[in-house]
Design a protein around this ligand. Sequence first.
Ligand code: ATP
Length: 138
Amino acid sequence: RQRTFAMVKPDAVHRLGEIIDVIQSRGFEISRMKMVQLTRTQAAIFYREHEGRPFFEPLLDYVTSGTVIAMELITSDAVKRWRETLGPTDAELARQEAPDSVRAKFGQNKQLNAAHGSDSDISATREIEFFFPSSKVN
Ligand code: ATP
């Protein structure tokens, strides 16, 4: 079993129930979950690998535009399986290539794409620790 980090982004939080249904029906255990309003500074740290990209500032606007839902998901091969469940970054492409994916069902376009998933085991550890610091219970 492996863990990964999932985040429902502000555009899709109003469909959290349906997204949880997909997560559970695909065999993931939701082991931790929390609702958070990120500050711009926190968002910039979380997405620091994208600093300098043309979509960086719009991305910070987007993920701070409302609350997000952070989750730790557990299953075998969780990182790869959650990325597959999400589908392509661009929700319009996802509707063509992976119509059952989370982004196809709940996303709008290449920016407003409903949810995030860690891209590696190392990223998953960093992202889980970012939202759920191990020394804290609240
Ligand atoms: P995530 O990291 O959120 O799981 P991803 O790995 O599929 O998504 P990245 O390339 O890491 O995609 O981009 C991070 C996020 O930045 C995307 O999920 C999307 O919200 C936004 N984004 C990416 N590319 C663009 C773009 N060309 N225009 C606008 N927003 C973009």
